[in-house]
Design a protein around this ligand. Structure first.
Ligand code: FES
Length: 146
């Protein structure tokens, strides 16, 4: 915040940096940012919850983002999400109890030409199928288990 001279218009940059430092944005952190940037807490909370990039809860070791944008949706992205939700026992926006995986959705990942797309651990993968996401989920989770 000091780097941005505590300017209110630096809110998004500050939230990015805070998330990078702490992993997620908890309520006390959002209130602190609001106070230091002299912004209403509702504004800071509104921005933090508007962008999918920001997380208000700790994220899992692995992440999986299913694109539900139009191009992906018409190519069965909702079924991919259901498959992942069934396999993990969590809903989009949640993290497994063991902290291994966070499952998220996005509106468009900017790769509509290879729809449907899923991002596993920040690696974009296109032309996804139920079999491919299931296999990818297994290898993703087994990689971190002894
Ligand atoms: S709609 Fe999914 S990448 Fe654009």
């Amino acid at each position: 915040m000091k780097q941005h001279q505590y300017r209110p218009d630096a809110l998004i940059e500050v939230l990015h940096r805070a998330q990078k430092l702490f992993g997620y944005l908890d309520t006390n952190l959002l209130l602190h940012i609001a106070q230091r940037l002299k912004l209403p807490p509702s504004r800071v909370y509104g921005v933090a919850t508007f962008y999918h990039f920001f997380s208000l809860a700790p994220k899992g070791i692995h992440s999986c983002v299913v694109c539900l944008g139009t191009a992906c949706y018409v190519k069965q992205a909702a079924q991919l999400l259901s498959c992942l939700e069934n396999a993990t026992g969590i809903k989009a926006g949640e993290t497994t109890a063991d902290g291994q995986l966070s499952l998220m959705t996005a509106r468009c990942l900017g790769a509509c030409g290879i729809a449907p797309t899923v991002v596993f651990d920040e690696q974009l993968e296109g032309h996804q199928t139920l079999e491919r996401v299931t296999q990818r989920l297994k290898s993703c989770l087994s990689a971190s288990r002894p």
